[in-house]
Design a protein around this ligand. Structure first.
Ligand SMILES: *[C@@H]1O[C@H](CO)[C@@H](O)[C@H](O)[C@H]1NC(C)=O
Ligand SMILES: *[C@@H]1O[C@H](CO)[C@@H](O)[C@H](O)[C@H]1NC(C)=O
Length: 450
């Protein structure tokens, strides 16, 4: 394929070269025939260049004017907030972000990642239910779905763990479940971000029917979808249905600089212009969402997914299979861009339990602290380290006055007092930083009584 293109390119270059040479000869011939003086020739050339240049720049500015005039076919989707929509959206402030539950998948031996997840849950007022990841080699032949023979064991295990999460929803009395993988990160304002999304989800362009009375009262994100992608690595839109893209404002959207490059192109294609980066997100029908790091499902979605990606057999790794079903139109998905959840990357693919050999003991843990995430304004994993920071020897007010130390000399005492003054100053500084952070974290921190 590549070789053929190259060969074609070579032939094209040669033919362009030949044409240029012929043109050069023709020009030389005509100039000779004209028999003009050198200065007349130069003057004519300069005039021609100036006239052509003005024509080109005029055309360019006209095209730019047209582009600006047409700006974007999309308009911000104004939604009407009613006391009812506000009340139901406020459920996003609860421990399961307004979903019936939040489950996370983690291989049983990844204690490091489980610790991190439980820590995040505790610090940010969330309740995560642990669902053990599955070792693909432990699935017996008879239990494997149809057409699964070509999946690598980690892919098979990954598929199984997600089906177990879907099954967990069916076995519960939840209507929705948010499914996370154990390397997820999110913004510290996660509750507010989901509250904003909830208001949009109740009324959006993608919906086919207006929300039912039950949805209005009990379903912060509506129930008209099977899968809601809020943590994809990338997606691209169904170009035939750009009319369904729903744009909304979110003060916690990441700036352009913080946004992973995949999403920048995606956002532009969805109609978010440069000036609106850091202010807006888009909800679009899911078309090609890659990764399964964070998505919600409804009960109907869990039923369809288990039917299509287990009961009937499978046709590829679980995320690819979901994409196939979305494009076939047999499940309905929404994707939020830029996503609300991101992956915390530690040590690249080596740290993955999917790419690397399972339980590879030769890899040393890189440590939770050495990671990073993208497309978040304020990473919850980074901030939690600061939130839990303590300076016991500096900033604790002792209840009773300290006893004087009888063996201390005057010089030592002076030094001690000096130390104390420094400690006081440092304490003030820390308190000031903490106060600022609390201001930044706004309402949520206040809710936690910080
Ligand atoms: C959070 O809100 C949702 C939606 O109302 C509800 O289904 C869920 O049970 C709530 N979670 C908790 C922990 O209260
Ligand atoms: C978290 O949710 C589970 C399942 O709904 C529940 O049993 C548990 O009590 C909750 N934990 C907290 C701390 O609320």
């Amino acid at each position: 394929m590549t070789a053929r293109v190259l060969k074609k390119d070579g032939a094209l270059v040669a033919s362009i070269g030949a044409r240029c040479r012929r043109l050069e000869w023709a020009v030389k011939d005509s100039v000779a025939q004209l028999n003009w003086s050198r200065s007349r020739l130069i003057a004519t050339c300069v005039t021609t260049v100036v006239v052509l240049g003005s024509l080109v720049s005029l055309t360019l500015s006209y095209v730019m004017f047209l582009d600006l005039a047409s700006e974007s076919p999309y308009v911000m989707d104004a939604i009407t907030e009613t006391p009812l929509t506000k009340r139901i959206a406020a459920h996003a402030q609860n421990e399961t972000l307004g979903f019936g539950g939040i489950a996370y998948l983690s291989m049983p031996y990844r204690f490091d990642r489980q610790d991190a997840m439980e820590l995040l849950a505790s610090v940010y007022g969330l309740n995560f239910t642990y669902i053990p990841g599955v070792d693909g080699t432990a699935i017996v032949e008879k239990a494997k779905p149809l057409h699964s023979y070509w999946l690598r064991p980690p892919e098979l295990g990954c598929w199984r763990a997600h089906v177990n999460a879907w099954r967990y929803l069916l076995e519960s009395d939840f209507e929705t479940l948010l499914v996370l993988e154990d390397d997820v990160d999110f913004d510290v304002h996660v509750h507010d971000i989901f509250e904003t999304l909830s208001k949009q989800m109740q009324h959006n362009r993608i919906r086919i029917t207006p929300p039912t009375e039950h949805e209005k009262r009990a379903a912060p994100y509506g129930l008209d979808w099977d899968v809601l992608f809020v943590g994809q690595c990338s997606d691209h839109s169904n170009d035939d249905r750009l009319d369904l893209v729903h744009l909304y404002e979110d003060p916690h959207a990441p700036s352009r600089q913080d946004t992973f490059f995949h999403f920048i192109g995606q956002m532009e294609s969805l109609g978010i212009k440069d000036g609106n980066f850091g202010k807006m997100r888009a909800i679009a029908p899911s078309w090609n969402p890659v990764c399964t790091m964070g998505y919600a499902i409804t009960r109907g979605g869990a039923e369809r997914l288990i039917l299509d990606i287990s009961y009937r057999g499978i046709t590829g790794p679980v995320d690819i299979d979901v994409i196939r079903k979305l494009q076939q139109g047999i499940i309905r998905g929404y994707t939020v861009t830029p996503p609300l959840l991101s992956a915390w990357r530690v040590d690249g693919a080596k740290d993955s339990d999917n790419q690397a050999l399972e339980k590879d003991q030769t890899k040393l843990g890189a440590g939770n602290l050495n990671g990073y995430s993208t497309s978040l304004k304020m990473s919850a994993r980074k901030e939690m380290v600061k939130i839990l920071e303590l300076h016991n020897w500096n900033d604790v007010q002792r209840v009773l006055p300290l006893k004087p130390n009888p063996t201390m000399t005057a010089a030592q005492e002076a030094e001690e007092q000096d130390e104390q003054r420094k400690a006081e100053a440092e304490k003030k500084e820390i308190e000031e930083a903490w106060r600022k952070r609390k201001l930044e974290m706004g309402q949520i921190m206040e809710k936690w009584g910080g």
